[in-house]
Write a protein that binds this ligand. Structure first.
Ligand SMILES: Cc1cc2nc3c(=O)[nH]c(=O)nc-3n(C[C@H](O)[C@H](O)[C@H](O)COP(=O)(O)OP(=O)(O)OC[C@H]3O[C@@H](n4cnc5c(N)ncnc54)[C@H](O)[C@@H]3O)c2cc1C
Length: 443
């Protein structure tokens, strides 16, 4: 589609997350998803757009569709008996903690997401499951796939901190009748919901959406950087991002890389991966403007139990927030889940909530008209330490996206901002202690 016709490439204020819904729904097939120079997916014009119907912009989760997670969520779940709502989580019916003993070792946390997907298939609630699985292709290590058996679904267990896009599988949903379940990060589920508003077949066929809590996405360059850090020399054909070691807490998982020449390399979260993650290196720009922590438009959302009583167990534990009665019913038997107050789920994601509220408010304040419309009110944090932390991370994020040099020089180039952050952290602790003594709050 031509830029003048209003393609999401331009209407999304350059905030494309690469979900692929625009390409999937384009009636002219004018868009196709391709890698951009940042190692992210974005829509490229395969053929010139002749109609300018604007459907691409209407389904873009970052373009101004006039809808947000509150309006979509209310229409989806607002009338369900017993439903409750919190600004942090959106709507919810129930919240649980637990795991599937059979799945947790290969899964990201407690294996509840894979268990749910398998259950939906085996109970005949859906005919097909769309989830992310390894491809063995070094150019596209993970992709969305459509599976018809629980055994196939199990091959997708684990988290893919790697770009994936939905255009191919959504086109298949449009072509092949049936009931589908789909997994996705918050913005991907939002895009599916926007697409369902525009397309009857998607409305009828996508029967269950399973969200994942998301702090941020990563470009494929994140995986390349992590592989270099792990000492990988050959071509990477497979990655496992959530390896579990019995002698480590769940939070110190490892990435393992399989190369074409049969080598295996491992690197733990605390050996530099956490630094790249927490400092937002290789994070797409769109993530800076996300205000959805808990995938508010999904029928259920799974996340890691980042809570003190679960984090020491290397095998991993899941938390689940349920919005649809259908999923709540499916969870009633066959798995060890216990109710847990929703406040604990919010507590488990405190860092992500801060980024998608306080940090976002500051970015909106700084960018004024140039920023997209969000549910968060623009505000300048009172705390100067927080302002400097956000600025340092934004600088590093920008630098890492643009970086084209040799990995050996990469981290050194971040040195000044890393030093600044360390200094800020050192003063933050006494400042917080002082504030709590005075009964003040973190700004
Ligand atoms: C980019 C990213 C950021 C995340 N950030 C957080 C966070 O900040 N806090 C938190 O608690 N949890 C986060 N998660 C979710 C977490 O990593 C686990 O996916 C979640 O706890 C479910 O674990 P599980 O053991 O129940 O799922 P599993 O049994 O491992 O199943 C996970 C399912 O999700 C699918 N999947 C994996 N990657 C993707 C993807 N990129 N897009 C769509 N589907 C996918 C898999 O195919 C599989 O079906 C994030 C996940 C991703 C991919």
């Amino acid at each position: 589609m031509g830029a003048s016709m209003g393609s999401p490439v331009t209407t999304g204020k350059n905030l494309c997350i690469g979900c692929g819904l625009c390409a999937a729904l384009c009636p002219e097939r004018a868009l196709s998803m391709a890698w951009n120079r940042y190692g992210e997916y974005s829509p490229a014009e395969a053929d010139p757009c002749t109609t300018g119907c604007g459907l691409c912009a209407k389904v873009c989760p970052f373009a101004g569709s006039g809808e947000n997670e509150d309006t979509l969520g209310e229409r989806l779940y607002g009338a369900i008996p017993g439903i409750r709502h919190r600004p942090e989580t959106g709507y919810y019916l129930a919240s649980y903690v637990g795991y599937s003993e059979e799945h947790r070792q290969r899964s990201a946390s407690g294996g509840v997401a894979t268990w749910i997907l398998e259950r939906l298939l085996s109970e005949g609630i859906v005919d097909r499951v769309i989830c992310v699985a390894p491809t063995g292709d070094p150019e596209r290590i993970f992709a969305f796939r459509i599976f018809e058996s629980p055994e196939e679904v199990r091959t997708g267990a684990g988290s893919a901190y790697y770009p994936v896009e939905l255009s191919g599988v959504i086109r298949e949903v449009l072509a092949v009748p049936g009931r589908y379940a789909v997994t996705g990060l918050p913005c991907f589920i939002k895009a599916i919901r926007l697409a369902q508003q525009q397309n009857k077949k998607l409305r009828e066929r996508v029967a269950v959406t399973l969200g994942l809590v998301c702090g941020q996405l990563k470009s494929r360059r994140f995986t390349e950087y992590a592989a270099a850090l792990a000492g990988v020399r050959g071509e990477v054909v497979g990655v496992r991002y959530r390896g579990k070691s019995p002698d480590q807490p769940a939070s110190n998982f490892y990435f393992s890389f399989a190369t074409r020449d049969g080598e295996e390399h491992k690197i733990f979260w605390r050996e530099g991966i956490g630094e790249a993650w927490g400092n937002r290196w290789f994070t797409p720009k769109a993530c800076n403007y996300c205000d959805d922590v808990f995938a508010e438009c999904a029928d259920a959302t799974c996340m890691d139990a980042w809570l003190p009583e679960y984090v020491e167990d290397s095998r991993g534990t899941s938390l689940v927030l349920v919005r649809s009665p259908l999923v709540r019913e499916a969870l009633k038997e066959g798995i060890a889940l216990a109710p847990i107050p929703v406040e604990r789920l919010i507590q488990s994601q405190a860092g992500v909530v801060a980024v998608k509220r306080e940090h976002l408010a500051y970015r909106l304040h700084l960018n004024g008209e140039r920023a997209p419309e969000k549910r968060v009110v623009p505000a300048r944090p009172k705390n100067p330490i927080l302002r400097q932390e956000i600025a340092a991370k934004d600088r590093m994020q920008e630098f890492s996206r643009e970086f084209e040099g040799c990995w050996a020089d990469f981290r050194a180039a971040m040195g000044p901002d890393l030093a600044r952050l360390a200094a800020l952290r050192a003063i933050r602790v006494p400042v917080r202690a002082l504030q709590s003594l005075r009964g003040g709050r973190r700004g």
